[in-house]
Design a protein around this ligand. Structure first.
Ligand code: ADP
Length: 554
């Protein structure tokens, strides 16, 4: 049917074209692996992306070919994002922190034809390459280096490719349903699965995810994505930034609190995106020094639950607002963002804080429901806890390479999370279904227990797990890492809980550890903790002394 309005496909080339045309001089700051700062701009990103795409075309890459990246957040990675997708191929961002086995599996599952990588990963690539039969071109994201060539004679060099590219290259006209990027889930349970984003889904995600009540990035912002570009497209930041012409600060590999603090201050960053553990590092660094961040007003935080005590500390001590968001690889990732409604402004301060602690409400284009074990929708009353399901324009329908639908018969994606929704759609995640503690037929939220533990000044981080129990099936056990100089003991923490949760939710044991095991995306590996400590209450019932118990679980 002829359209009464102009029909144009929603594509990454359109985003880049907008940034190049109207925000050409807006700066892109990039920290290299060696720590040097490089400065370019949207105009340069666009012209270099065109050169790269033309060079890839002359390598004879077929439409839809997957081009993998093993790279930090830097300017060449940004150029690859736009060049590959806009040229009609698929940017497959790979998490270099995964195990070699997982990397091999993912690269072969995607059947990547090109592999771009940062210098740091040369030994890893040299190790992997013999087991990657589909990879035809391996590109080091640097200028030519004889030393690198001596290690891998088949190497191509990024800067050489750009020199061979043609400045008059024109982007192909792509249908908006063409695949643009491929991201794998981290595979903490089972094999990693590929989620293929289309041009349309990426553009709609950026449009809706950046509304004023959502990420709210403007042309005046300097945006620092701490979230890696290899993790769900850095939550869409490259596309959001291009759409509004924001200045981007790409931090490279050094994401510890002190490095971040220096970079945020020097580059006058106004807003950041990242997981809670990153902001915990920044908070600790700010407490150690006098460096302050007058321009840094806010950060978007998701990927795992944001402890309310951390959000309060940032706001109270430094005037920095942390906004809580929820999403997953399968939702591209933004699903909900916690921005208030005007009625919330009238609430007492404590109620407002409670409201802000949850994961927020859906952005336009996302629908949520919580269902019971039979799949029946539960009331949106802020109380009824159930399995969270989602659908929308940027939610996976089918995993990459799989024939079966990823959806329920009713067309929803089951997130594997458990939570409540209220009448305005505010979501509170209590847990992942596989982590929640089922004690005597009642559910205990590990997220809530962890938030309470972390609010104790003597605790740096905490993870609650279900331990097997002969009478109650499962009971909570809390693993804690003490804060620097913290002298907190088990009895202190147990009495801390007494005032804060009903008695039956108080952990049966608190165990102090030096560190918690974390995944490649910064999430605590609870399955490992359950393996190590899941039987501890069964053991304690037969009165084994503590040293013996520790020996048995180690
Ligand atoms: P993976 O599922 O591969 O570990 P994702 O980044 O896709 O990696 O993780 C998505 C999951 O992370 C969600 O299903 C949810 O369990 C958790 N998550 C994301 N954001 C939050 C949040 N704000 N609060 C609690 N959990 C979160």
């Amino acid at each position: 049917m002829p359209s009464p309005m102009i029909y144009q496909d929603l594509t990454t080339a359109a985003l880049l074209g907008h940034a190049a045309q109207y925000h050409s001089e807006t700066e892109i700051v990039s920290v290299s692996t060696g720590g040097e700062k490089e400065r370019s701009c949207w105009g340069e990103v666009a012209s270099r992306a065109q050169l790269l795409a033309s060079a890839l075309a002359s390598l004879g890459l077929p439409p839809g070919a997957r081009c993998a990246t093993l790279a930090w957040n830097n300017r060449r990675h940004l150029e690859i994002y736009f060049a590959v997708a806009s040229g009609g191929w698929v940017t497959h961002t790979v998490n270099p922190r995964l195990s070699v086995d997982h990397l091999r599996y993912i690269l072969n599952d995607a059947a990547d034809e090109v592999l771009f990588f940062d210098q740091t990963f040369l030994p890893l690539v040299a190790q992997l390459l013999p087991q990657l039969p589909t990879v035809k071109h391996v590109v080091l994201m640097e200028s030519r280096s004889e030393a690198a060539l001596s290690q891998l004679p088949s190497l191509l060099f990024y800067d050489d490719l750009l020199q061979q590219g043609m400045a008059d290259y024109r982007w192909p006209q792509l249908n908006e349903l063409t695949p643009a990027s491929l991201c794998y889930t981290s595979g903490t349970t089972g094999r990693p699965k590929g989620v293929l984003n289309t041009h349309r889904s990426l553009v709609l995600h950026a449009l809706s995810g950046n509304q004023p009540d959502a990420a709210g990035i403007s042309a005046k912002d300097s945006l620092l994505p701490v979230v890696p570009m290899f993790h769900v497209n850095a939550w869409g930041t490259p596309f959001i930034a291009a759409m509004v012409g924001a200045r981007l600060v790409l931090p490279g590999p050094h994401l510890d609190g002190d490095s971040l603090l220096q970079l945020l201050a020097a580059e006058k960053v106004t807003v950041g995106f990242g997981v809670p553990v990153i902001w915990a590092g920044l908070l600790a660094a700010m407490r150690r020094t006098e460096v302050r961040l007058p321009e840094f007003k806010r950060a978007l935080v998701g990927g795992s639950a944001l402890p309310p005590s951390m959000a309060e500390a940032f706001q109270r001590d430094y005037g920095i607002a942390l906004t809580h968001a929820w999403g997953m690889t399968e939702t591209s990732p933004i699903g909900t963002i916690n921005t208030p409604l005007s009625k919330h402004d009238a609430l007492p301060a404590q109620e407002q804080q409670k409201q802000r602690a949850g994961q927020g409400r859906p952005i336009f284009g996302i629908e949520l429901q919580v269902v019971d074990v039979d799949g029946e929708p539960l009331p949106r009353d802020g109380q009824s806890q159930g399995y969270l399901q989602v659908r929308g324009h940027w939610v996976v329908e089918q995993y990459y390479g799989q024939d079966a639908s990823a959806l329920t018969a009713a067309g929803w994606f089951d997130t594997g999370d458990i939570g409540t929704l209220d009448a305005n759609g505010y979501l509170v995640i209590s847990d992942r279904a596989k982590d929640i503690i089922k004690s005597g037929g009642e559910w205990i939220s590990t997220v809530e227990l962890e938030n309470i533990a972390i609010a104790h000044p003597g605790v740096r981080s905490a993870a609650a797990i279900a331990a097997r129990h002969p009478r109650w099936d499962e009971r909570p056990v809390l693993l804690c890492v003490r804060a620097e100089g913290g002298e907190v003991e088990e009895t202190d923490l147990l009495s801390w809980f007494e005032k804060r949760v009903p008695k039956w939710q108080i952990p049966d044991r608190v165990i102090f550890v030096d560190a918690l095991p974390v995944s490649a995306t910064g999430k605590v590996l609870k399955n490992q903790l359950r393996q190590a400590y899941g039987e501890i209450l069964m053991l304690s019932l037969i009165h084994i002394s503590e040293p013996t118990r520790q020996a048995e679980i180690s």
